[in-house]
Design a protein around this ligand. Structure first.
Ligand SMILES: Cc1cc2nc3c(=O)[nH]c(=O)nc-3n(C[C@H](O)[C@H](O)[C@H](O)COP(=O)(O)OP(=O)(O)OC[C@H]3O[C@@H](n4cnc5c(N)ncnc54)[C@H](O)[C@@H]3O)c2cc1C
Length: 439
């Protein structure tokens, strides 16, 4: 099959980076085809990069070394939703939303909810160990993946958890977040929950970021566990106002979106407590929605943010840093200081409940400003590590953060990681250059 350059170009970027073109793109229909292709690539020493929808934010689904890009567009079927077992099975190319809706039609609930759910795939979610809006209450992809089938570097099929009769090491857990460097996932089994009885979404606007941080800490301190506690800074709101096609409150400020779900009476009590507490902390806007369409309209504000930011600057360097929840206030102060010191627009938002803050350093393509932006990235990562945080909360290391991995991990830990990689992929042809910069 011949590929035009413009066809290959469609597979040469993700949400963070543009890379060289792959030599070919393969669209397997079955695991057997993946096995054959991997055997061939292994013998010939050709790189193989698995790719879902390419929404990753760290350059992980790019063929940086040429070779075969393995796209799962044709393996996009929900295979079963078993209501008795509470388990769904799917191929890797199924979008997260398609799987959520298939579960919902059977009265079940698949909680992992990356904001990209409409387009990203389950294979990519496993590759990056994706989190999302509901992570605080329900956990992330790793908490729902109960088994998988994956093609190993030697072309054999590995079956774990739900698909195997016995297992000593937790290979399922090892493959979550392995970013396509250890094996290629061809089927997965995912745990499903009963649908919550009721849900309420509330939107607050505060004059200051630290008021939101205090409100969030008080909520958690009271033992409430909202489904989502989403934060957006003032610049994020301004950006949506300028570029997003959604209805917004007139006031400017810092946004907190909170969602509660569970039994009706409990949801009602928690939402009322939350609104009281938000008023005490200084919220100037309070709005609440119960009906699904109204709740969806509120969440539209959050969904409008990423597309709006695309208009705000030529380049967006997005860092999904994560700190202990008690350190969020300090992180946000440092981010303001970095923005002032480096004279840059920085937009922050994220999942407050698990300390996962997306810091977006916006820059033009001008060399001097790009250098300042790069310096700001390094300032930020140093601050995060000094606050006992981590470089990536949910987007992975990929290629864009590979050179910083040694800042976080000790030399011994890095050696151990490389040994795991070498045990799974001795020839190093599965997604080379991903996670480990020099592989
Ligand atoms: C607007 C926007 C919002 C986002 N919000 C969130 C969010 O809330 N939470 C979050 O966690 N992420 C978020 N992301 C990041 C991204 O959507 C997730 O990382 C998602 O899991 C990537 O899925 P994908 O199908 O696009 O994977 P890709 O980007 O194609 O690939 C991701 C990684 O997985 C590997 N991979 C893909 N398929 C397989 C497979 N079958 N076997 C083995 N490895 C594989 C790839 O090699 C790559 O390393 C967001 C991104 C955007 C653009």
């Amino acid at each position: 099959m011949n590929f035009a350059r413009e066809d290959l170009a469609c597979y040469s970027y993700d949400a963070a980076a543009v890379g060289p073109l792959p030599d070919v793109v393969a669209f397997p229909h079955t695991a057997v085809q993946v096995m054959q292709l991997v055997r061939y690539a292994n013998r010939a020493g050709i790189p193989v990069v698995p790719r879902g929808a390419g929404t990753g934010c760290c350059g992980g689904a790019l063929s940086a070394h040429g070779g075969i890009l393995l796209s799962f567009e044709n393996m996009n079927q929900v295979l079963s939703i078993d209501t008795e077992l509470g388990v769904g099975m799917a191929q890797p190319g199924v979008t997260t939303e398609k799987f959520q809706m298939a579960a919902e039609r059977k009265g079940l609930f698949y909680p992992p909810d990356p904001s990209s759910a409409r387009i990203c795939t389950l294979g990519g979610n496993v590759g990056h160990g994706a989190g999302g809006l509901r992570g605080l209450r329900y956990g992330t992809t790793k908490d729902y993946l109960v088994g998988l089938e994956a093609v190993m570097a030697d072309g054999h099929l590995l079956r774990t958890g739900f698909f195997s009769s016995s297992e000593s090491y937790d290979t399922t857990g090892l493959l979550v977040g392995s970013e396509g460097t250890l094996a290629i996932v061809t089927k997965m089994a995912l745990r499903l929950l009963p649908m919550p009885e009721d849900a309420t979404t509330a939107l607050f606007i505060f004059p200051h970021a630290q008021q939101i941080v205090r409100a969030a800490q008080r909520v958690l301190g009271l033992g409430m566990l909202p489904v989502a506690l989403e934060y957006m800074d003032q610049k994020a709101l301004e950006c949506i106002r300028a570029h997003g096609a959604v209805n917004l409150p007139a006031q400017n400020g810092y946004v907190l979106l909170v969602e509660f779900c569970g039994r009706r009476r409990q949801v009602e009590e928690e939402a009322s407590q939350m609104s009281q507490l938000a008023k005490e902390e200084g919220a100037v806007v309070y709005d609440r929605a119960i009906h699904p369409e109204e709740r969806d309209k509120m969440w539209a504000l959050r969904r409008a943010l990423s597309p709006s930011m695309a208009h705000a600057a030529e380049i967006k360097i997005s860092q999904d840093v994560c700190v202990p929840t008690g350190a969020i206030g300090s992180l946000l102060e440092h981010v303001d200081a970095i923005a002032r010191r480096r004279n840059l627009l920085i937009i922050s938002f994220g999942h407050l409940g698990d300390g996962n803050i997306h810091v977006n350093i916006m820059t033009s393509g001008r060399p001097a400003e790009k250098r300042r932006a790069q310096a700001a990235v390094e300032d930020l990562l140093r601050v995060v590590l000094s606050l006992k945080g981590t470089l990536s909360g949910e987007h992975g290391i990929g290629r864009t953060k590979a050179s910083y991995l040694a800042w976080e991990l000790s030399a011994q830990t890095l050696v151990a990681h490389r040994k795991v990689k070498a045990a799974f992929d001795p020839r190093g042809f599965l997604n080379p250059g991903n996670i480990f910069s020099s592989s």
